[in-house]
Design a protein around this ligand. Structure first.
Ligand SMILES: N[C@@H](CCC(=O)N[C@@H](CS)C(=O)NCC(=O)O)C(=O)O
Length: 335
């Protein structure tokens, strides 16, 4: 029997995005070839507009004819929709609990590890960070409000995170976060990406606080992880496409998800607004990039995801966690 033909995958990203790297590493480690549509680091992003999306964050990924927002949804979708051996811990296992908690720990925002990492970026060494156009663009991304966290506080938060990995997850001398010797798993990707990003940026970390001498297990693991993803690079084919081609590939692909399970009437937000399939809804992330609200026809809504169709006819999935859904007011909906 021949193996099933994998669906086409398009990754919209820019290579220095630490969130996008989570996906790049995952694809490499599973040996999944993909197309990439490279994006500018600041808006506008006309390639994303071609999909009918206002969402401003990177990465975005399509699998077959469906489009997925946010790495917290993209990773589990790749696990379940692309045939082949999984990278995730087995369902129902304590390892899966660890993997899920590591994901929450590293990706939740505001105030999470990523926000602290952003606070440590060495402006003097990264010209992009000093560009006024970049600074204006990122003011729109993070929004205002909240007390300013100092660099020292962020350094402390990252030191605590590295100490936790050193003293618990990696304390028994294991090679990989979920154990075993077969190489990194999704647990490693969830745990590694913020620390990997910072240790790769000269000047981000105060070496008197976080270093290979102080945290030898973490640094050895970072080195192993880096070698593993470098080695896995050769296992995948990556072709770069322009926005028009990417759009054509997505609209011409088969659907990998059958029905979307429809709109779950038990969901509190569905009851609150009396939402029904086909309703015009607004969907947007509540943590960062919140000013970019998408509008589309509701296709499905569950505890896990909201699915809507854009005016360009693309079906888009966003996670419920970290996103808000509400109906477009009736008067506006009939325009
Ligand atoms: N929760 C999102 C966060 C993504 C995110 O914050 N990405 C950054 C790049 S690393 C971004 O979009 N920055 C603003 C921009 O590029 O417009 C995810 O997991 O995908």
């Amino acid at each position: 029997m021949s193996s099933p033909v994998p669906p086409p995958i398009v990754l919209y990203h820019y290579p220095f995005s630490p969130y996008a790297r989570r996906i790049v590493w995952y694809l490499r480690l599973r040996g999944i070839s993909y197309l990439q549509c490279l994006q500018p680091p600041i808006l506008p992003r006309p390639d994303i507009s071609l999909l009918g999306l206002k969402y401003r964050r990177i990465p975005i990924l399509s699998i077959g004819r469906d489009i997925y927002l946010d790495t917290r949804l993209i990773l589990p979708k790749l696990e379940s929709l692309v045939p082949g051996p999984p990278l995730s811990a087995p369902p129902g296992s304590p390892s899966l609990a660890l993997q899920s908690l590591l994901s929450l720990w590293t990706t939740s925002s505001p105030g999470g590890l990523f926000a602290h990492a952003m606070n440590l970026l060495p402006g003097a060494d990264l010209p992009l960070l000093r560009d006024p156009a970049f600074q204006r663009d990122r003011a729109d991304f993070v929004g205002g409000g909240g007390a300013r966290v100092s660099r020292e506080e962020s350094m402390g938060a990252i030191r605590d995170a590295v100490a936790l990995l050193e003293g618990t997850v990696l304390a028994d001398g294991r090679e990989w976060v979920l154990g075993g010797e077969g190489g990194p798993s999704l647990g490693d990707i969830e745990a590694v990406w913020v620390v990997h990003w910072l240790t790769g940026l000269k000047g981000a970390l105060d070496e008197r606080v976080v270093s290979g001498e102080k945290f030898p297990r973490v640094y050895a693991w970072l080195g192993r992880f880096q070698r593993a993803v470098e080695e896995a690079k050769g296992r995948v084919e990556v072709r770069t496409v322009e926005g028009e081609e990417a759009r054509g590939v997505i609209s011409g692909a088969e659907r990998v998800e059958g029905g979307c399970g429809g709109v779950d009437g038990e969901e509190p937000v569905v009851r609150k607004y009396g939402l029904r399939e086909g309703d015009l809804v607004e969907v947007w992330p509540v943590d960062t990039g919140s000013a970019h609200v998408d509008v589309g026809r509701l296709v499905g809504l569950s505890a896990v995801e909201v699915v809507f169709e854009t005016d360009k006819g693309f079906r888009v999935h966003a996670p419920r966690d970290g996103f808000r859904v509400k109906p477009v007011k009736r008067a506006e909906a009939s325009l």
